[in-house]
Design a protein around this ligand. Sequence first.
Ligand SMILES: NC(=O)c1ccc[n+]([C@@H]2O[C@H](COP(=O)([O-])OP(=O)(O)OC[C@H]3O[C@@H](n4cnc5c(N)ncnc54)[C@H](OP(=O)(O)O)[C@@H]3O)[C@@H](O)[C@H]2O)c1
Length: 337
Amino acid sequence: MKQTVLVMGAGSVGCYLGGLAAGAGHLVHFVGRPRVLSALASQGLTLSDCDGRRLHLDASQLQLHEAPPRGLVADVTLLCVKSGATAEAAHSLHQALLPDSLVLSMQNGVGNAERAQAAAPMLAVRAGMVPFNVAELAPGHYHRATSGQLVVQSAPGPALDQLGNAFALQGVRLRQEEDLRAIQWGKLLLNLNNPVNALSGLPLRAQLLQRGYRRCLAALQAEALDLMDSAKVEAAQLTPLPPRRLVQLLRAPTPLFRMLASRMLQIDDRARSSMADDLRLGRPTEIDALCGEVVRLAHRQGRQAPLNARMLTLVQAWSYAPQPYGPRELEEALGLA
Ligand SMILES: NC(=O)c1ccc[n+]([C@@H]2O[C@H](COP(=O)([O-])OP(=O)(O)OC[C@H]3O[C@@H](n4cnc5c(N)ncnc54)[C@H](OP(=O)(O)O)[C@@H]3O)[C@@H](O)[C@H]2O)c1
């Protein structure tokens, strides 16, 4: 059955996921900024991926809006704004959608679904996790540069099964889980590479192949894992290795890392963290939803998270020092070398 899908926040993730649903024949409404909407209106939407798939949707297949259409009956809404925009976007959904409409927060971080639910108390907000990297290669062209299975919190009714079927037709699997907390924390650990990548100024693969940057990531993850252990916060294993073993592997010399982390390095050369784009374009970053969450986890236990706190400061201070950090320089800035 054809569904009506609303994408709130037509950026990399929103255009990619919305495009997959539209490609499977669903009616997809995209809410976004004029810059993105005008590209979609003039060129349509092109999706590509690291498996070699390509999909083009003509502009006539896309419903484009600057705000959620009032009274829209959406089977499912994908909330795809950055963390700092969650409350405002959820509030506008609250005003537009019918009570109990299903909203999936497809965002990083561990608190966005709760934040959205607080701003939209009449809607049914569920958490989601996007495991892969999506980059905007050109206006209207979004590229999935890594692989993985989407996970969303289950909800009553057929909407999620139908959405999953639509994504599967386009080669992307979606799994439903009761509780996403451990998955979100597991993803947050991996996302601690976002600031490292952003400050390196390098594509993801090139950055991960430098041991100094990996040592920075390993230190941020190890600090977070210690705090999660003491707070009894579980982290799901989202890579072939459990989180603690991944920390060890990141610290290994590069030839060994290259050999043992071949799956992790299956990233095409175009992949970069979207935080890198945010820094480059002077936009707010999601650093507070990543390192900031680790710092808050520490404070709740009367403890400190000095490395994550320092990384938070480095990213926030970026506009004053817009020069990429070399690996040694970043280790020094974090107090590791
Ligand atoms: N990109 C990835 O590879 C990836 C992978 C996994 C998870 N994620 C997560 O997915 C979420 C979205 O990331 P993204 O990379 O897709 O971000 P993005 O490219 O910045 O897309 C979000 C878009 O929504 C727009 N927006 C924000 N508030 C809006 C509003 N009220 N009305 C209309 N448009 C609005 C933003 O415009 P402004 O910039 O003007 O605010 C931006 O164009 C983040 O939590 C991210 O961490 C991203």
